[in-house]
Design a binder for this molecule. Structure first.
Ligand code: IPE
Ligand code: IPE
Ligand code: MG
Length: 242
């Protein structure tokens, strides 16, 4: 599915791409390496995708980096992932600045270690003026949790008389989600061949086109991204119409 014709720069480019970056562990296992090495190699794929998205003209990239459910993994793996996040934030600020990338985070940032949270806030602040590509990283993110958080906020505001139940509609509800202000993904990519959503952006992907590739995330490179875009360009988005 991921090896066919190149994308056409003159055709519609997905404005927002969301990626479930999966398969780091299996990539490492297939090389007899520790899982951690798979995550480290995955960081290179992130860097390549960031540059490619900017070049291609994608405006929003959302990356699923750590799910609410990933807290269930062994402590050593969670720490390795948090360590890699810290390293990425320390080393990649120039990359973000040079490529006009603005960093945002979705998910329960309060559950992250203090040092990670501070580094994220600092990077968000430093990149807040960048306007070429918005990178949203999903960290401690679960879509059901996000929807419940949004609903709680709305209920509090309703109790205080700030919003009325009659006024509530889908567009308004979307403003209470972590992704407020970001258009819905046009294209959702999942690597490593799994056909599931794993609690990612359930609300936002209502009408996203889905591209699944067998490639493990650490092997995902610019040609794979371009193949996904080419696949997207062959779709006919009907939104329920004709
Ligand atoms: C994706 O790779 C990264 C995270 C979920 C943090 P995995 O770690 O899930 O790799 P597999 O699925 O076990 O191969
Ligand atoms: C989804 O991958 C989460 C991320 C890519 C961060 P998982 O590997 O956690 O998902 P499952 O367990 O296969 O559904
Ligand atoms: Mg996985």
């Amino acid at each position: 599915m991921s090896t066919v014709a190149a994308y056409d720069p003159d055709k519609e480019i997905p404005r927002h791409i969301a990626i479930i970056m999966d398969g780091n562990g299996r990539w490492a296992k297939s090389r007899d390496l520790p899982r951690r090495d798979g995550h480290r190699a995955g960081a290179e794929s992130v860097e390549e995708c960031l540059k490619a998205c900017g070049d291609i003209g994608v405006e929003y990239l959302t990356l699923y980096a750590f799910s609410s459910e990933n807290w269930k993994r062994p402590e050593a793996e969670v720490s390795a992932l948090m360590g890699l996040l810290a390293l990425f934030l320390r080393e990649k600020l120039p990359l973000l600045m040079e490529n006009g990338i603005r960093l945002k985070v979705i998910g329960e940032i309060d559950r992250l270690p203090d040092s990670n949270r501070k580094a994220l806030l600092k990077t968000m602040e430093k990149t807040s003026g960048n306007d070429r590509l918005v990178l949203s990283v999903a960290l401690s993110y679960g879509s059901r949790e996000e929807i419940v958080r949004a609903t709680k906020k709305l209920m509090v505001e309703a109790k205080e008389g700030k919003v009325s139940p009659e006024a509530l509609n889908p567009d308004m509800f979307a403003n209470y989600l972590d992704t407020a202000g970001t258009p819905d993904p046009d294209l959702l990519i999942r690597t490593s061949g799994e056909f599931r959503i794993s609690n990612f952006l359930l609300w936002q992907i209502s009408y996203s086109e889905i591209h699944i590739t067998d490639v493990f995330w650490p092997d995902f490179r610019r040609p794979n991204l371009e193949a996904a875009i080419a696949d997207y360009q062959r779709r006919h988005r009907r939104y329920g119409g004709l």
